[in-house]
Design a protein around this ligand. Structure first.
Ligand code: ADP
Ligand code: MG
Length: 378
């Protein structure tokens, strides 16, 4: 399925945006803390042609044969169904969130295709949002910067799609650079691009998608957020970002054991993100392995969001020579990442597959990702 097959003529422009992997900094975003994602070399492409009227039409290789349409005069989340909200919602959010005047604009035909795996924790959703946001911003000559477009993407995902996510994914997809990570302060929204320099060090990142989708992901996420809020309230701070590692002994006295362990994960994870940034700048990527492993142990033991498949993936990768490994994403399933020497990639992937088979787990999907450039016109 192509643009030509959907609409019967050729597109005039193509924009693309990547998915992302979070190197470190899990469940820190909604605690006003720090995250360190990078854009990956898996992208979503939006092929586009302007229309003379006020209509937006969308079609996707993902849902071949369907063309959905919405007039720019009817932009409202209640008029958006299914995946089309990821495209229409951007036009709506450009108006609602960024104040763009769309009253004199004309519409587009849009065709989406993607090699970002859907639902594997690599943010296919941000990839589609960010490619479309950059395209509409350019083609409508709105002049918005990339940080504003990231907020537009998040606003659309929160209010048009209805998923309560932070701004990490859109920041990575829009601000990512080749072989670099995006250091994001979720309170101030300040960002800095930090060299990852994997290639120069003979390293790469393996994604180990366990293909486990835990039934308790939504409830577990809500419960963790509630624990964090409770911890911040008892400790008298606005967010757990305001608690330092040195405050933990006092926190232990004030909090029940479970809440304390949730707090300890967030507080130490924020510190690990800062330490990872400093280590990357001063010593390079080979030195971050123990931070990745400590992050995993904290999620496994304190935040309790890992599953046996993720623990096995991490343990096996490390046993077979990975520099470091950790689960990535919200937890209760999904993927782990392993930082590995290029030449040991095959052996580690094989060892993980063998360990999964021996444990009777479903075969994992293991593949390499590289830190890639953010959204762009192709
Ligand atoms: P993730 O972002 O982790 O991949 P999400 O549930 O946030 O998972 O987003 C996946 C959803 O995004 C899909 O169910 C679909 O609605 C939409 N989506 C992603 N890629 C495409 C695509 N190529 N075409 C149409 N919709 C897509
Ligand atoms: Mg998503």
């Amino acid at each position: 399925m192509t643009f030509q097959q959907a609409y019967g003529y050729e597109p005039t422009v193509r924009y693309s945006a990547p998915g992302r992997v979070n190197l470190i900094g899990e469940h820190t975003d909604y605690n006003d803390g720090y995250v360190l994602p990078f854009a990956i070399d898996r992208r979503t492409t939006a092929s586009i042609a302007p229309r003379p009227d006020r209509l937006l039409r969308v079609s996707s290789a993902f849902d071949a044969g369907t063309v959905l349409e919405l007039s720019l005069d009817d932009l409202d989340p209640s008029n958006m169904t299914g995946w089309s909200a990821y495209v229409f919602g951007i036009a709506w959010a450009l108006r609602e969130q960024a104040g763009a005047d769309l009253s004199d604009k004309t519409g587009f035909d849009v065709f989406i295709e993607s090699d970002v795996p859907v639902g594997a924790g690599l943010s296919s959703s941000a990839a589609i949002e960010c490619g479309v946001a950059l395209a509409f911003n350019d083609l409508w000559e709105l002049g918005l910067d990339r940080k504003t477009l990231a907020r537009v993407g998040q606003y659309s995902e929160n209010h048009a799609v209805g998923a309560p996510t932070g701004i990490m994914d859109q920041s990575a997809s829009l601000l990512g650079e080749q072989d670099a990570v995006v250091f994001l302060d979720c309170r101030t929204l300040d960002t800095a691009v930090v060299d990852l320099a994997l290639e120069a060090n003979g390293l790469e990142v393996l994604v180990i998608d366990t293909r486990v989708e835990h039934a308790h992901a939504t409830g577990g996420y809500a419960a963790r957020r509630a624990s964090c809020e409770k911890g911040a309230q008892v400790l008298g701070v606005e967010a757990l970002r305001d608690v330092s590692v040195d405050d933990l002994p006092r926190a232990q006295e004030l909090l029940d054991d479970e809440t304390f362990r949730r707090v300890r994960h967030v507080v130490t994870e924020d510190q690990r993100v800062l330490d990872t940034v400093r280590t990357l700048r001063e010593q390079g990527p080979r030195a971050i392995g123990s931070l990745l492993v400590a992050s995993h142990e904290s999620m496994r033991d304190d935040f309790e969001i890992s599953v046996p498949e993720l623990d096995l993936a991490v343990a096996t990768a490390v046993e077979h020579g990975a520099v470091g490994a950790r689960m990535t994403g919200g937890g209760f399933g999904g993927a782990a990442i392993a930082l590995v020497d290029q030449e040991s990639r095959g052996a580690i992937a094989d060892a993980v597959a063998a360990a999964f088979a021996a444990a009777g787990y479903r075969e994992p999907n293991v593949f390499t990702v590289h830190a890639a450039q953010g959204a762009r016109r192709d």
